[in-house]
Design a protein around this ligand. Structure first.
Ligand SMILES: Cc1ncc(COP(=O)(O)O)c(C=O)c1O
Length: 420
């Protein structure tokens, strides 16, 4: 059987071109879908499947990142219902909106996300299918601009971060972020690692409440990160999906706004799926800042072209509902109150867990939906087996995934595991 290597008819960056070298013997050419190798699914997706398969009525799902109320439900916000009703009554067409999606939606989001930078013409935003869509699009743009850029990400991070980075052909480099045993940020190690990055490399950073460990940077730490990123001429890429779930909308945007102040080039993947509770509607946006309005316009043109190759145009429904809420003073006020209710429950559940045992006290000092318990993989598996408690193998769990009735049962089981 003779084989030879065939070069593709097009050339990309070195690492991308290598992906297209193929064996062209008969076997290779006649491969079909049946020849696909088995897939090891993303650990979070696998966890969701396991929870669904468990028939025990008392099961506790603290894996998936959705907000739940005291009864354990993820209700549709009243403001979303009202906006959707308006859409039904008043929407007159579903004709295409174009690559940028709903432009009024991003215009209304601008001051919420960018604050004092809202009028900066060097910053452009466009609608995407959720925050994950924005992540992929942003990294595709970076790979198009500089295929040699390395992406520095903090460990641990979300399971889909490294695969997205690698799927666009970029190299990922881990920086230490969190010491699980001590419940503390490894800030000096993080800074030392970023100091070793080269100009044009990317620093992937979590916006407020976004870190899977629950450990957010303090304002002083953000200042230090912004200083290093600007000095080393790195491009910060912020993933922010929980604005309003920590202290408030403005407070939670501190890091993003500081980086916009300090750096010429910034990329932001934003999501409304959590703070408008429209997870399945896929509502997000990508924001790009460069040193000039002209360069930003050029980057956006590239982004449109890349999006055209992936999803062509973003879905409208969820963004249209968010647009209606933010454009209506009454609905906007009501939405802010709904965000406050979500935030208050998160913080109340945190306090209840923290007061159960001194070893859990750190949970009360964190913000947002997530935290990471100092449990071994074996302890996490035992919680699954003995108590039908489902959290990530890393010990990451969604604090507000617990209904009121589940909190004490959960903390008792966790304390038992810590004692063992
Ligand atoms: C890494 C990461 N960033 C951002 C988001 C934002 O969420 P969504 O894509 O649902 O808008 C998610 C949600 O799964 C995520 O996994």
């Amino acid at each position: 059987m003779s084989t030879h290597l065939q070069t593709p008819p097009f050339q990309g960056g070195e690492s991308c071109a290598n992906r297209f070298f193929m064996l062209t013997d008969t076997d290779e050419r006649t491969r079909g879908l049946a020849d696909l190798p088995p897939v090891q699914s993303d650990s979070l997706i696998a966890l969701i499947a396991m929870v669904n398969a468990d028939q025990r009525p008392h099961k506790i799902d603290v894996g998936v990142g959705v907000w739940r109320d005291g009864a354990g439900n993820t209700p549709i916000l009243k403001t979303i219902k009202a906006a959707e009703q308006r859409l039904v009554d008043r929407q007159v067409t579903k004709a295409y909106l174009g690559s940028a999606g709903d432009r009024r939606f991003t215009e209304l989001l601008r001051p919420i996300l960018l604050g004092q930078h809202a009028d900066d013409e060097r910053i452009a935003g466009l609608q995407t299918p959720g925050g994950c869509g924005a992540l992929r699009l942003g990294f595709e743009l970076i790979a198009a601009a500089n295929p040699n850029a390395r992406v520095f990400f903090g460990a641990p991070t979300w399971p889909n971060h490294p695969p997205i980075i690698e799927a666009v052909g970029l190299r990922s480099v881990e920086y230490p972020y969190y010491e699980r045993g001590q419940g503390a940020i490894r800030f000096e190690d993080m800074i030392a690692s970023l100091e070793g990055a080269d100009a044009g490399d990317i620093a992937l950073l979590h916006g407020c409440c976004h870190n899977p460990t629950g450990a957010d940077l303090s304002e002083d730490q953000w200042r230090e990160v912004a200083r290093v990123v600007a000095e080393r001429r790195l491009i910060p890429f912020v993933d922010i999906a929980y604005q309003g779930f920590g202290r408030g909308l403005d407070e939670d945007a501190f890091g993003v706004r500081l980086l916009l102040e300090t750096c010429d080039e910034v990329v932001i993947a934003q999501s409304c799926d959590k703070n408008f509770s429209v997870y399945r509607d896929r509502v997000g946006s990508l924001w790009i800042k460069t040193a000039s309005a002209e360069t930003t316009a050029k980057a956006v043109a590239h982004v449109f072209q890349i999006a055209r190759q992936m999803w062509s145009m973003p879905p409208d429904h969820g963004a249209a509902a968010v647009h209606i809420i933010l454009d209506d003073p009454q609905l906007r006020t009501e939405w802010l109150a709904e965000v406050a209710v979500m935030r208050e429950r998160i913080n109340a559940v945190r306090q209840r867990i923290a007061s159960a045992d001194p070893r859990l006290a750190f949970i009360g000092r964190q913000f947002g939906m997530f935290s990471m318990l100092p449990l071994s993989k074996e302890q996490v598996m035992k919680l699954r087996q003995d108590h039908a408690i489902y959290m990530a193998e890393s010990g990451r769990f969604n604090v507000v995934g617990l209904s009121d009735e589940q909190i004490d049962r959960f903390t008792a089981a966790v304390v038992e595991a810590l004692d063992a």
